[in-house]
Design a binder for this molecule. Structure first.
Ligand code: ADP
Ligand code: MG
Length: 475
């Protein structure tokens, strides 16, 4: 995308009305044609085309919607973006960018409206919005949110060329009111710093950096290295983008703006960044092979904004007064050259290693707790088993002891019984002997009985004979 350039004309100021009362304005706007006519003299004028032309009556809302909103939207989608105001002091750069509009919301400038949009579109639970607010004066970067930090260095990643300011404070924005508060603190510090340095804010560049980190709905990717093609791994993705809102120092030449007291060298130094920005814009517009980005801190910080990968909108502010014809012309030429610059916007999407790491840490915590639980369980099981084993041992010993006692008892009983048996056997033998004696006696007796029976029978026969004899005698 080409750098978009809009021009905004400040209405006549009280000073203009006083000193230019009799003169016509040096510019004529043709908003419907998006053209601006710059009067060279009474007879001729030059016409320039811009992406948008705002008259003195254009509202802050419209300026935001045309100039900054597309950039903010692309920043929300993950691209880097820059909104920058360039113009002579007093032409409305700060009015356009930095107005807080605390009492009247319609007066809010681009910074406040951009953050309002950003905060409304991100989910502050899963996404983060952080800001840094800096001032660049005399090639020294001061932190407007931590004024004690005065010489912040710029780091450039040698591989990606990405510019970072590790020394600057970044504050996580909680909500819109918090942001306005931070902006107000920054403004206060800017004023205090400039009073201390005995300068005006018109000589310093104010840079608001908004870092947005949004998580992308999880993509399911094939794990190519895996043997099992069906294995899918979920990789959380994150989009990181950066919005720069730059309120540049006044583009007028210092010798004209009452800086006579300054040494020439110092004066050059003050505007070194701006001069070098002009050179870079010229080189880029002419497609020069060498862009002197490294010549100043401002051009190093804006490396991505011009000729880089950011979507950039430039608003050039001019006054109507013919007194400042030269400055107005140079501002318009700056804008015309910037319109020729083409940036190649790039989406910065990367794996959300932080969230993956957090996820894995939670899993590890979970597993550790589970292992602890299992170990405790095992320990208590082991204790139980050991207790049971001890109990078994004890009861085994007890039983063995009992058995030993019983077997001893039985043995004693046995011996006693054996003795008894022996005695009984002896008695039995004795009885047996007596028995056989008795049997002999019985046999003897039977014998004698038999003999006696024969004698009795003989005696009976004898008696019977005598009896028969007597009977016979008697008869
Ligand atoms: P710069 O930052 O370019 O030096 P300022 O933003 O401080 O200029 O503006 C200078 C004065 O002009 C301020 O008082 C401001 O309110 C006024 N002014 C600038 N632009 C406009 C505008 N579009 N409408 C009304 N007043 C303006
Ligand atoms: Mg200003």
């Amino acid at each position: 995308g080409r750098v978009r350039v809009a021009v905004r004309l400040r209405p006549r100021s009280a000073e203009d009305l006083l000193s230019d009362a009799d003169f016509a304005d040096c510019v004529e706007l043709q908003p419907e044609l998006k053209r601006l006519k710059l009067r060279k003299n009474n007879w001729s004028s030059e016409s320039y085309k811009f992406d948008e032309v705002f008259t003195g009556t254009a509202s802050q809302k419209r300026v935001y919607e045309v100039v900054a909103k597309p950039v903010v939207e692309s920043v929300l989608s993950g691209y880097n973006g820059t909104v920058m105001a360039y113009g002579q002091t007093g032409t409305g750069k700060t009015f356009t960018l930095g107005r807080l509009g605390k009492d009247d919301a319609s007066e809010r400038g681009i910074m406040v409206r951009a953050l309002e949009d950003i905060v409304a579109n991100v989910s502050l639970a899963s996404d983060t919005v952080e800001i840094s607010y800096l001032q660049l004066y005399m090639e020294s970067i001061q932190d407007l949110l931590a004024p004690e930090k005065t010489n912040i260095t710029i780091n450039e990643d040698p591989k990606t060329g990405e510019v970072s300011l590790p020394g600057a404070v970044t504050v996580k924005v909680q909500d819109f009111d918090h942001f306005v508060e931070l902006l107000q603190i920054g403004e206060g510090n800017r004023h205090a710093a400039n009073t201390k340095l005995n300068t005006e804010s018109s000589r310093s560049h104010a840079i608001l950096m908004v870092y947005i980190r949004r998580s992308v709905p999880e993509k399911v990717e094939d794990d190519i290295n895996s043997q099992d093609r069906k294995t899918k791994s979920k990789l959380p993705l994150v989009r990181k983008s950066k919005l720069l809102i730059v309120d540049l120092a006044g583009s007028e030449r210092l010798d004209k703006s009452g800086s006579e007291g300054l040494l020439l060298e110092e004066a050059k130094f003050i505007n070194l960044s701006l001069t070098s920005l002009g050179k870079c814009i010229n080189a880029l517009a002419e497609n020069s092979p060498h862009i002197p980005t490294r010549d100043s801190k401002l051009t190093r910080l804006l490396r991505d904004s011009f000729g880089g990968s950011a979507r950039t909108s430039l608003i050039i502010t001019i006054g109507p007064s013919s007194r400042h014809h030269a400055e107005t012309t140079s501002t318009i030429m700056f804008g015309q050259r910037a319109m020729k610059i083409v940036n190649v916007v790039k989406l910065k999407e990367e794996f959300d290693y932080e969230s993956l790491c957090r996820k894995l840490e939670t899993q590890v915590d979970h597993l550790t707790a589970e292992i602890d639980r299992q170990q405790k369980l095992r320990e208590s099981e082991k204790y139980d088993l050991e207790k049971r084993l001890r109990d078994c041992h004890d009861s085994f010993n007890e039983t063995r002891k009992n058995l030993v006692t019983r077997s001893e008892l039985l043995e004693q009983k046995n011996t006693r019984l054996e003795l008894v048996i022996e005695e009984a056997l002896a008695e039995l033998n004795c009885q047996k002997d007596q028995n056989s004696l008795l049997e002999d006696k019985i046999a003897d007796l039977e014998m004698s009985l038999k003999q006696n029976k024969v004698i009795v029978f003989d005696k009976y026969l004898l008696w019977l004979f005598f009896h028969v004899l007597r009977l016979y005698d008697s008869s």
